[in-house]
Design a protein around this ligand. Structure first.
Ligand SMILES: [Mn+2]
Length: 437
């Protein structure tokens, strides 16, 4: 039996706006958070020890991370090399240069010849020797339309047609890999992709317009004993046999992941069987506080009470409160800052409740039928601020209506109609009433 640790979507170096500079280290605290979380995964891999570590893509926010971020990542993975644990690093969409040309940020591990490290930047089968026997890993990095198709092939095709063509290509290429597999060895498909059956979060927006969706049936082949996926940040198991698993991201990348549990996956693998255990990680909490003060008698007290009723210690907090314009002076900012100070980092946003909603004029309410000019006059008589132009407005409205009667467009009870027949229009217009909804 082969024991392996599967983690994904590290995104180290992202979300700095949710952190601050640590005065002791000079580093952004969110970088330190991500390093701490990654080190929990590596600690576990070494403590077991596992026979294999699989990383299924998106190491950094982009293909050119800053040296300090790259070093922080390398320092953790170096520990696996030292412990002689074979490791596969798959290239995700964030690790690629534009247009899917290789994964520069991860290929350095192949270039340096790090012992036991394999970089998956193309569809390929790797036979990896572990302490408990050989295992086959088919790597399928993030595919873009330009990975498998050339420009002349896609010319004049719609996006949907291009995606269909791409899927056909992938099906054929994957079939080629599958046919060359050793049927007696435990086999893993390690892929960075969106599966049609998955529930998406932030990653959908992070990769918007760049990707396409793979049907689950393409992955659930009996030749695979475990399908290790990356890309979707929310942990989910899409199929039990074989297990098709997104471990999810290891840290919260943004507020869309506020309510998600973060972790990695331990797998006990043999040919024809894989047992999966999700292992939660201790990560920093994110909290959204949304408070409506518009009906509160004492908005300041209500707001402080709302903050105090939440656990915000060391969390990344965003507070939004809604209030009326006349309540603004009742909010005292200094004590808000003090109440939020246990948070790791916080933002405060106040939003004015719309004051535009005014009661409707009863004469113009639903169900009352009056002439358009009469309706306009009723409206204008209620608008003191428009009195100086009211007379002119009525005159203009009258001439517009006359124009309409000459065969143009007029507003009728059922919406906007037009007619090319002036006679017909005139006839209809006599019966036309404006209903204000
Ligand atoms: Mn991704």
């Amino acid at each position: 039996m082969i024991k392996l640790l599967h983690l994904s979507d590290i995104h180290m170096g992202s979300g700095f706006s949710h952190g601050q500079t640590n005065p002791d280290t000079g580093l952004n605290t969110r970088l330190e958070d991500f390093v701490r979380t990654l080190s929990q995964c590596i600690d576990r891999a070494i403590a077991e020890p596992v026979d294999l570590v699989l990383f299924s893509g998106d190491a950094f926010p982009d293909a050119t991370p800053s040296p300090i971020v790259q070093q922080a990542f390398a320092q953790q993975f170096r520990r696996l090399a030292d412990a002689e644990i074979p490791t596969v690093l798959l290239v995700g969409n964030h690790d690629q240069h534009a247009q899917g040309m290789g994964g520069a940020s991860l290929c350095i591990y192949r270039t340096l010849g790090v012992p036991g490290f394999v970089v998956g930047d193309r569809l390929e089968t790797h036979c990896i020797a572990t302490r408990h026997g050989d295992v086959q890993v088919v790597t399928l990095p993030w595919l873009t339309r330009s990975t498998l198709l050339t420009r002349p092939e896609t010319e004049g095709l719609s996006l949907a047609e291009v995606d269909r063509l791409l899927l056909d290509r992938l099906r054929v290429a994957l079939e080629g890999e599958i046919r060359s597999l050793d049927p007696d060895l435990p086999t893993i498909l390690l892929a960075h992709l969106m599966v049609d059956a998955a529930t998406y979060g932030a990653e959908r927006f992070l990769a918007v317009g760049k990707g396409f969706t793979i049907p689950l049936a393409l992955l659930t082949r009996p030749c695979f004993d475990y399908v290790a996926l990356g890309h979707v940040h929310r942990h989910q198991i899409l199929c039990d046999n074989p297990p098709v698993v997104y471990p999810g991201s290891i840290e919260r990348v943004d507020f869309s992941e506020e309510k998600e549990e973060k972790g990695y996956v331990m797998v006990a693998l043999e040919r024809g069987r894989a047992q999966v255990t999700f292992c939660p990680l201790t990560v920093r909490a994110f909290r959204t506080l949304e408070v409506d003060l518009s009906t509160a008698e004492n908005p300041q007290a209500a707001l402080l009470k709302a903050i105090q009723s939440e656990v915000i210690q060391d969390a990344v907090v965003r507070l939004t409160y809604h209030l009326r314009a006349d309540q603004m002076d009742l909010i005292e900012n200094a004590s808000l800052h003090e109440a939020l100070s246990p948070a790791h980092r916080y933002t405060i946003q106040s939003q004015l409740v719309s004051q535009l909603a005014r009661p409707r004029l009863p004469e113009l309410g639903v169900g009352s039928h009056i002439d358009p000019i009469e309706a306009l006059q009723t409206y204008l008589s209620d608008r003191q601020d428009l009195q100086d132009i009211a007379h002119n407005m009525v005159k203009v409205a009258q001439s517009l209506l006359l124009e309409a009667e000459d065969g143009g467009i007029w507003v009728a009870e059922s919406g906007i109609q037009s007619s090319n027949s002036p006679d017909h229009a005139l006839e209809d217009n006599r019966n036309t009433q404006l209903r204000l909804l």
